[in-house]
Write a protein that binds this ligand. Sequence first.
Ligand SMILES: Nc1ncnc2c1ncn2[C@@H]1O[C@H](COP(=O)(O)OP(=O)(O)OP(=O)(O)O)[C@@H](O)[C@H]1O
Ligand SMILES: [Mg+2]
Length: 253
Amino acid sequence: MMPEQPLLIVDQLSLATKAKETLVNKVSFTLNPGESLGLVGESGSGKSLTLRAILGLLPQGVELNDGTIKSGAEAAMVFQDPRGALDPLCPVVKQVAEVVHYRQRLSRRASRAAALELLQLLGLPDSLAQADRYPSQLSGGQCQRIVIAMALACKPGILLCDEPTTALDVTVQRQIIETITKLQKELGFAMVFVTHNLAIAAALCSRLAVMKQGEIVEHGDALEILQHPEHPYTRMLIEAVLPVPQLEGSGPS
Ligand SMILES: Nc1ncnc2c1ncn2[C@@H]1O[C@H](COP(=O)(O)OP(=O)(O)OP(=O)(O)O)[C@@H](O)[C@H]1O
Ligand SMILES: [Mg+2]
């Protein structure tokens, strides 16, 4: 059998400021169809910039210095701050429907129906639609689910998640992670999941890449890295989250 073609190949990606200060240095990884890769590392290590490079949406002042990104599928991103990613003046169902309308080219009426289906898929209550709620009337966890729905409305082959649960309490964190795991099984997208929490990354992803100061310092099978971390920084991250919470599938159903 032919080996599986990667869906995404990031090869020697280097990003720098206009003044040529290196921000991301020779980052390389691949992503197979349906696979999930956890990108872990401290604040400022270059995780968000790497995702933005894959999305083709670098922030102002940051340039591609070197390297290539080859993607065989469309990517959509769940941004770091859910409330900031939503329009405060537009009802949430309408925001999801707009994405469906433009990305799936459905009529307004069909887009609203598709948006409501997405909300249901994400476990959001029907009352959100009936009352046409605004982002300020939703909890943080509900906003995050709306933002995930908007990303999924693009029908992405690759879902880029930038710390989607950092701002949430641990119970809601767990619910969102269970939802993402369920959706990935149902919809089959590949995923790059950014977090600074190694335990969350290991629960969600079969492979991990550990970033520090713009570089990948360790990269491999998630369990292998947890059991035999090679880089001192990875060891420190593991110590920071021990005891490792129950992994996927072992929690209450
Ligand atoms: N628009 C920008 N212009 C200049 N430097 C930037 C810009 N955006 C980010 N940086 C710098 O690039 C580095 C990596 O930033 P990035 O946002 O990727 O970090 P991160 O790993 O996502 O951190 P966090 O966990 O805090 O979100 C940081 O040093 C940051 O200051
Ligand atoms: Mg970030």
